[in-house]
Design a protein around this ligand. Structure first.
Ligand code: NAD
Ligand code: UDP
Length: 324
């Protein structure tokens, strides 16, 4: 059963929390959970890859504020904690304007780190398993430095996030800023955009519409899929650690599936027998990906609780309502 674990209110320790990119897929779930825990939540977002619809239930709440703002410009607000998620995450979106993607990663991080320095806020970076590139080790541990093409079509995102991590650790060393770096592996769930382009949303929307499922390459490449509720629990646990815990810490579900296995699961759940349509594998598409989450288990006492089958069910239900 999918639960909103960790959503019990503890109003006594209420904080002013900023979520950048909080209108997006993960950000909206995180903002809601923080609001439910009793915090004052400020979301800033430029709606580049999201919609206000994700936050409709919160918009009129007195403890919630939504501000249109691009993090590549400075931001002056007073907060206690910053979850820095602003950045398009789907290859379709981050490759549409790659220069802006790098700017968002780099200038956006400098601005949010500057804000954290001025206010004394703790700041958490939503980094990514993409910092490992097409990994030469498997599963991926945090000590692995990665295998990233610096000049390819994914580089704006991969290198952008690697530079964001560098900035976080330089602010930690140079300014003693309390930082947290989470390396997030593929996450899915309700509130993804139907045209987001990521594999889970693509397959579900295609299955519901009676279209062939677009499998890139031969579909033998693997990913590990984490349900968004589990991920949000991990992010909040990381923010709650003592100042000596900086990360980077992998957050993801170690279950590993090929894209053909995923397609089969989606077809079973939707109850359709659409064919698979094989398309060329995009450049630099990682072959295998699975997180080693030993560090998260030890330092956060965190591990995912929701299997792919359990998490796909509410995700399919969400898309069924959205696209019919
Ligand atoms: P998303 O695209 O749904 O959300 C990103 C949000 O950031 C959107 O609301 C977008 O409008 C906003 N944004 C983009 N550029 C901005 C800018 N310059 N100023 C202000 N807002 C801006 O993606 P998501 O899946 O929710 O990802 C959230 C974060 O988690 C991202 O930083 C992403 O890199 C990271 N992450 C996600 C995954 C995943 O599988 N979902 C995996 C690894 C890392
Ligand atoms: N993928 C696919 N069909 C699609 C979209 C993606 O087969 O319609 C593949 C893609 O090539 C990659 C995997 O699914 O190997 C995950 O892609 P996604 O864009 O979701 O995430 P990322 O590649 O960033 O991990």
């Amino acid at each position: 059963m999918v639960t909103q674990s960790g959503s019990s209110a503890s109003f006594a320790s209420s904080k002013r929390v900023l979520v950048t990119g909080g209108a997006g897929f993960i950000g909206s779930h995180l903002a809601r959970r923080l609001f439910e825990q009793g915090h004052d939540v400020l979301v800033v977002d430029n709606f580049y890859s999201s919609t206000r619809r994700n936050l409709y239930d919160l918009i009129n709440e007195p403890r919630f504020e939504l501000m249109r703002h691009d993090v590549t410009f400075p931001l002056y607000v007073e907060v206690d904690e910053i979850y820095h998620l602003a950045c398009p995450a789907s290859p379709v979106f981050y490759q549409r304007d790659p220069v802006q993607t790098t700017k968002t990663c780099v200038h956006g991080s400098i601005n949010m780190l500057g804000l954290a320095k001025r206010t004394g806020a703790r700041i958490l970076l939503a980094s990514t398993s993409e910092v490992y590139g097409d990994p030469a080790t498997h599963p991926q541990e945090e000590s692995y430095w990665g295998n990233v093409n610096p000049i390819g079509i994914r580089s704006c995102y991969d290198e952008g996030k690697r530079c964001a991590e560098t900035l976080f650790f330089d602010y930690y060393r140079q300014h003693a800023l309390p930082i947290k770096v989470a390396r997030i592996f593929n996450t899915y769930g309700p509130s993804m955009l139907p045209d987001d382009g990521r594999v889970v949303s693509n397959f579900i929307v295609q299955a519901l519409r009676g279209e062939p499922l677009t499998v890139f390459g031969d579909g033998s490449q693997t990913r590990s899929f984490c349900y968004v509720d589990d991920l949000v629990t991990g992010l909040i646990a990381l923010m709650g650690t003592s100042d000596d815990v900086t990360g980077p810490i992998n957050l993801g579900n170690p279950g590993e599936f090929t894209m053909v296995e995923l397609a089969t699961k989606v077809l079973d759940l939707v109850g359709s027998d659409n064919e698979l349509k094989y398309l060329p594998l995009p450049d630099d598409d990682p072959v295998r990906r699975r997180p080693d989450i030993t560090r998260a288990r030890e330092l956060l006492n965190w591990a995912p609780t929701i299997s792919l089958d359990e998490g796909l069910a509410p995700t399919v239900a969400y898309f069924r309502e959205l696209v019919g």
